[in-house]
Design a protein around this ligand. Sequence first.
Ligand code: ISL
Ligand code: CA
Length: 558
Amino acid sequence: MYQVYPRSFQDSNGDGIGDLPGILTRLDYIVSLGVDAVWINPVCLSAGKDVGYDIIDFRQVQPEYGTMEDMDRLIAAVHCKGLRLIMDMVLNHTSNRHEWFQQASSSRDNPYYGYYIWWPVENGQPPARCGFFDPSGSAWTYNAPTRSWYLHYFAPEQPDLNWDLPEVRSRLYDILRFWLEKGIDGLRFDALTYISKDRSFPAITPGILKEKYNGDWGHYYAAGPHLHEYLREMHREVLAPYNVLSIAEAAGVGADEALSFVAEDRKEIDLLYPFEAIGIGYLPDSFKTPDPAGYSRGAWKEVYSRWSKVFDTEGWGALYLGNHDQPRMVSRWGEDKDPFRQPSSKLLFTFLLTMRGTPFLYNGDEFGMTNIRFTSIEDYQDVETHGRFEQLQKDGGDTAAFLTDQQLAGRDNGRTPMQWSDAPGAGFTTGDPWLKINPDHTRINRESEEKDPSSVLHFVRMLIRLRRSHPALVYGDYTLMSGNDSPVHAYMRSHRGSVLAILLNLSSEKQFFASILSAPSQGDILVDNYPGFQWSREGILLQPWQALVFACGTPSKA
Ligand code: ISL
Ligand code: CA
């Protein structure tokens, strides 16, 4: 799966904003990667507070991106190229400018009032809930005409829909049918695990949050009482008749619960897009504040191994290291300064394409794009960054430290325009880009990657071909071979007598990996991001960020 962030992918008319005709002109490039499917972030009419995740009209295309005809053309062209198109659907909330909310917020007697979730003033102060992007930190915002607070898990401009009302569900299902009838191949459902709310609104104190939900509001939000019931209903009423892929963004879902969503007989969802691993190395109790010590390689191995095991015999997993909500993959999990940017990018792709589960690649990572590291709050467009900044300002918090954190963790790092070339607009636009282009595009860009046979881009294409030609990489069992105390992630994938070993040195230092495997002969080495390696009878000395894949026999027990 290749994820395209439409606003930053390709601008076709010089307004500085990526658009659908722009994506059309890059389809051959996407085909050249060897991927099967493309997921595009939301393109419906949006108020633009959260780049498409605050929808005003589900049946219109955002004019900045193009027209409905452009969308129809894109669907047809994607199919013509042998690819599949996955659309992003935001059904947990709408924009406050959506007609439903405009109506609902006008009076308690309005028939749409029940479409959203309210706390009337008669009941006193609403119970504490976290609004992730709200400058006050609260998920409740007061609305005078209805003398009620409304609930919003994200920004105040993103009121949460009331899925408990059958009419709301049936109207959302109609919207899905509208798009499915156009022939799209699948849906990625935004914040899907948050749709069901406990309407008794129990008090969630900091103590309860910590004890029961690991300090994470996402865990509480994903534990709604009717979640599975609604997913089954949506599957039965909408998804089942169409042969489409369904993906649930699954914040707050633990490995032990994953099969309750994706086991075939559950008839709910095909794939969960998990969150546990992406949170490794962020401090507990703080929403995306990086641990200054970096991330634990032990935790990396433990979490990925545990999630892999879940799908050993049932269901199927998804893997990703970057997306539009995350910093750049190489800046977050690798080392984005020379000389390690290239080798660590390659290692991370080797991981994605040799683990068990469907790999999701995020646009631009295949050129080794890096964090832009803004120094001023004005440079950021992201509602999350601004919401938290304002909150800190109000509370007298450390805004300088926050800005330093954002250089690693901020979402806009992953949203800067695609670096197609070293031209002033990076080949993305001839105009003023909506978000600054990373100045490193003069060095890091597609054009130079195409010319360099040892580039990250060529390496990614090679890995995708490799995965296609080795069923063991797709279907094979996964066995962890290295202990949690070493920064080396070593594992085997085996399938019907074919055994592949994967050794990944997740560090900027050389690492000795003691192994019972014998040194592979040159012909058995399928991937090596460093020319040459040193193998002794005791094991192998891996170079910094070295990634090796080789075919081997089943190791003897001795
Ligand atoms: O809940 C979280 C942390 O516990 C968040 O990670 C949250 O689940 C995540 O940010 C949800 O993301 C999706 O919905 C957002 C939107 O801003 C993101 O871009 C989208 O991917 C609101 O629609
Ligand atoms: Ca444009």
